[in-house]
Design a protein around this ligand. Structure first.
Ligand code: ADP
Length: 381
């Protein structure tokens, strides 16, 4: 289905967003201002500020316990805020009951009614809102079609796979035509293949309907591949909000650099544009002083052995450090090398071609990468 069903045009605003007019880019359809949650002595969410434009899908990404679910629960109205406010389309909803917030929720546990059919499960929210039965059924059937479950309307949840049950949960959230959709780790119970499928389904439907959405996950691949922007949380605080590209290429903190994607870390001593790491003198964009953390993505490092041609980086300035192979393991598409260099152990990846002989443990190698790919952070950041 490539078109949005006519019945989904519930407001002029949403229609404009769906059609991709400039309204979609207006900041702050969902505004989260100084949002804080304290549990006795611990601060679960600490002064969170976010402005989410209409139609955007934003991930809340971070390790377990960083405050993702608590933030989501406050936005949904399921947990009272300690301080701060939540605005939807300019209206302060901080003190509103959950059902008055016009929010759809999709959880990890599908929370379907086991004794009801798929159709009845999806209709339930509309019946609660006193939508006439015929209209409720028509809208429920549309939502079921949108999640591609036509033909299964009369089944009960136990007769469906986990992925199908999650689709019913999604249809149930969509059917009320919410202005905000909140997802709390909705794919964690699914196997890898189904997770991939559901990621693209959720993104397809979210874009088709233009519903402003937050997607909580601890899985960086999920956050990067699905979402327009990612908010990285750590210890209840927002570390960075940015596009997947921003987070990966220009991480604002050492935490973001190491949590989003894999990274090699070297400790060095900086004086202006020179950084000393062991015997090597390296460079990085900008000027730095004192003890620093220097980070490079493993796949951005080339590895050469004596006799190899120098790697071609199109003439870009490069860093070079000598090392020794400690270990090598084969992962099909890639060979992973563990290299001792600059007093630390670094990872390097090389794509396999099928005919190569891996560089043996104990070999002397050079690691080379572009100065531009060198990230620098204060040592205590
Ligand atoms: P995440 O979703 O990122 O895993 P949560 O938002 O669930 O993290 O939790 C953030 C912090 O708040 C954790 O340290 C957690 O133990 C704490 N927390 C969550 N709910 C409660 C509660 N009801 N009472 C006390 N502490 C809580």
């Amino acid at each position: 289905m490539s078109e949005t069903p006519a019945g989904w045009a519930c407001s002029g605003e949403r229609q404009k967003a769906r059609m991709g007019t400039s309204d979609i880019m207006q900041p702050g359809f969902l505004s989260i201002r100084s949002l804080t949650k304290r549990y006795e002595t611990m601060v679960a969410v600490d002064n969170l500020n976010l402005e989410i434009p209409k139609g955007e899908l934003v991930a809340f990404l971070g390790p377990s316990g960083c405050g993702k679910s608590t933030s989501l629960r406050m936005i949904a109205g399921l947990a009272p805020v300690t301080s701060g406010s939540i605005l939807i389309d300019g209206k302060d909803v901080t003190q509103l009951a959950p059902y008055k917030r016009d929010i759809g929720l999709v959880f990890q546990s599908y929370a379907l009614f086991p004794h009801m059919t798929v159709l009845k499960n999806v209709m339930f929210g509309l019946e609660m809102r006193k939508v006439p039965a015929a209209e409720a059924e028509r809208r429920a059937r549309e939502a079921i079609a949108m999640v591609r479950l036509e033909g299964r309307e009369d089944r009960r949840p136990a007769q469906l796979s986990g992925g199908q049950q999650q689709r019913v949960a999604l249809a149930r959230a969509l059917v009320i035509q919410p202005s905000i959709l909140l997802f709390d780790e909705p794919l964690s119970n699914l196997d890898a293949k189904l997770r991939d499928e559901m990621r693209s389904e959720i993104r397809r439907i979210q874009k088709q309907l233009g519903i402003t959405s937050i997607f909580v996950t601890h899985d960086q691949v999920e956050a990067l591949s699905m979402c327009d922007k990612v908010a990285v949380l750590n210890g209840g605080r927002l570390e960075q909000l940015g596009t997947p590209h921003d987070l990966y290429e220009r991480p604002a903190t050492a935490f973001v650099a190491s949590f989003v994607g894999r990274t090699n870390r070297l400790v060095g001593n900086a004086a202006g544009d020179h950084i000393t790491v062991g015997d090597a003198v390296l460079r990085a964009p900008g000027s730095h002083n004192g003890t620093i953390d220097l980070m490079v993505r493993p796949h951005r490092m080339a590895m050469t052995v004596a006799g190899d041609a120098a790697p071609d980086f199109d003439g870009a300035p490069v860093n070079r450090i000598a090392g020794e192979v400690r270990d090598v393991y084969y992962a099909g598409d890639i060979l992973h090398y563990e290299i001792a260099a600059g007093g630390q152990t670094l990872s390097v990846e090389r794509a396999t071609s099928g005919g190569e002989t891996p560089v043996a443990a104990g070999s002397a190698v050079s690691l080379v990468w572009r100065v531009e790919d060198t990230l620098v952070f204060g040592a205590n950041q």
